[in-house]
Design a protein around this ligand. Structure first.
Ligand code: UGA
Length: 455
């Protein structure tokens, strides 16, 4: 059992703190945001993440987890301190954005100033390579009176599955510094091994830089798969092949595998993939390594939204005054996060073209208001979103949409009923039988079966 401090209670910090408490450690989570901490005290979590609220409440009740705005207390009471603060992309005037590391720096300075004994300072925020080294230098510069070690322990959880992923991770990566002879430092390794001893998974012990790069390279590789299949989807659309069949066949190769990110769609969003690829791109530039491959991943991803918009325009011929239901606004299902969500651009463009857009998402309606203001109509439920529309534009594949009653939806819509499926959720043949003009990504477009055309 360890005394653990977590600095920053966003997705990563909050989940990680709750999981470590669940595994039996004493965890103190610090955040600067007083209102957030007050809500967390009552067991109310500020984000939608399945299972997280229950886990927080359970561990609060069992007194292994506490929340505070008192930095001193968090730092002094903890042996291991996790830095889990935000590293948002900085806006840049030219080129790609860089991660803003000012919150990481502040956390390191605070730890240096307040530490009261040996501490292990662990970076868990996603950061560019060599941040661990910077944390080390910052700690040294601010003259902590005590000894410390710096560790990189990147987070691999997916939003919407944060609890599941953190309880059963594929691997745990621990990066530590080397001693004068090039050996990994044993004290921080031993402490981290102990902390993670109840997790039944492989532990990768390595140097800090490799640990940082494992995280960035894994995200870039997954994003690369998404852009790759989206490019193949474009080819499928041009030739009459079906990208779902292509992906199915590819996945059967064990070197590719059933979990490969080969679902064609409208591209990736979220706070991680775009930012991490940009970060990796910038590091390569700094090291004078050609980053073209990564740039292409981003360009293909960006083009995907316009490819979908073009498909909608071709299907409807003109967009002005068409009633359109935009279903799914979060960047992926099971989260209310709309950061870099493809929905933002798609809905705004439809709106600019003069469509009457009605939006609906099971969880992200509050966030949607800050993006779309008064420009769209906010439907209270799925039925209200689709009734009397000329087209459905499916943007995020929530279960609620996957399981929707297609027959009654078709009846509620105007004729002809157009369905633009940005996530290839439905079976084209079935959609045709029901009477939809059905358009999806990298699969042949389907017209209604003759007898259903006029229904
Ligand atoms: C991603 C990684 O999967 C996590 O391992 C990592 O910890 C996290 O980033 C992070 O760096 O914090 P996340 O962004 O939550 O997790 O979501 P993913 O499930 O990876 O999906 C990312 C995007 O790719 C979504 O927009 C999703 O719709 C899209 N995607 C994914 C596809 O378009 N096709 C696919 O086949 C898979």
């Amino acid at each position: 059992m360890k005394n653990v401090g977590v600095i920053g209670t966003g997705y990563v910090g909050l989940t990680h703190g709750a999981i470590l408490a669940e595994k039996g450690n004493n965890v103190i989570c610090y955040d600067i945001d007083r209102e957030k901490i007050e809500r967390l005290h009552k067991g109310q979590i500020p984000i939608y993440e399945p299972g997280l609220e229950q886990l927080v409440r359970k561990n609060l009740g069992e007194q292994r987890l506490e929340f505070t705005t008192n930095k001193d207390f968090c730092i002094k009471e903890s042996d291991i301190l996790f830095i889990c603060v935000n590293t948002p992309p900085k806006q840049s005037t030219g080129g790609l954005r860089k991660a803003d590391l000012s919150y990481v720096e502040h956390a390191a300075r605070d730890i240096a100033e307040k530490m009261n004994g040996y501490k292990i300072v662990v970076d868990k925020s996603t950061v560019p390579i060599r941040t661990g080294e910077k944390i080390y230098e910052t700690l040294k510069k601010f003259h902590p009176p005590h000894n410390f070690d710096v560790v990189s322990n990147p987070e691999f959880l997916r939003e919407g599955r944060a609890v599941e992923d953190s309880m059963n991770p594929d691997r745990i990566v621990i990066g530590v510094m080397r001693d004068g002879e090039g050996n990994l430092l044993e004290t921080p390794l031993e402490n981290m091994r102990e902390l993670y001893q109840n997790f039944n998974t492989k532990i990768v012990e390595t140097d800090i830089w490799s640990a940082e790069l494992i995280k960035l390279a894994a995200n870039a590789y997954l994003a690369n798969q998404v852009s790759f299949i989206n490019k193949i989807a474009e080819l499928c659309a041009a030739t009459g092949a079906d990208v779902s069949e292509v992906a199915k066949g590819m996945r059967l190769d064990r070197r590719i595998g059933q979990y490969a990110f080969l679902n064609a769609g409208i591209g990736f969003g979220g706070s991680c993939f775009p930012k991490d690829i940009e970060s990796l791109h910038n590091i390569m530039m700094e090291e004078q390594i050609n980053p073209e491959l990564l740039k292409q991943v981003l360009e293909v991803n960006n083009a995907q939204k316009y490819y979908f918009l073009k498909m909608i325009e071709e299907g409807l011929w003109t967009i002005r005054d068409k009633q359109i239901a935009a279903l799914g606004l979060a960047f992926k299902p099971d989260t209310d996060d709309m950061r870099e969500a493809p929905s933002i651009e798609i809905v705004n463009k439809l709106n600019d073209e003069g469509a009457k857009v009605r939006v609906y998402d099971p969880k992200a309606m509050e966030q949607a208001r800050s993006h779309f203001g008064d420009n769209v109509t906010y439907a209270k439920n799925l039925e209200e979103a689709v009734i009397g529309t000329d087209a459905i534009v499916l943007i995020t594949e929530w279960d609620e949409f996957k399981n929707m009653d297609l027959e009654s939806t078709k009846k509620m819509m105007n004729t002809p009923a157009n369905f633009f499926d940005g996530r290839n959720v439905f079976n084209p043949k079935k959609m045709s039988e029901i009477g939809f003009y059905y358009y999806s990504i990298g699969r042949p477009h389907i017209e209604p079966r003759k007898e259903n055309k006029k229904q």
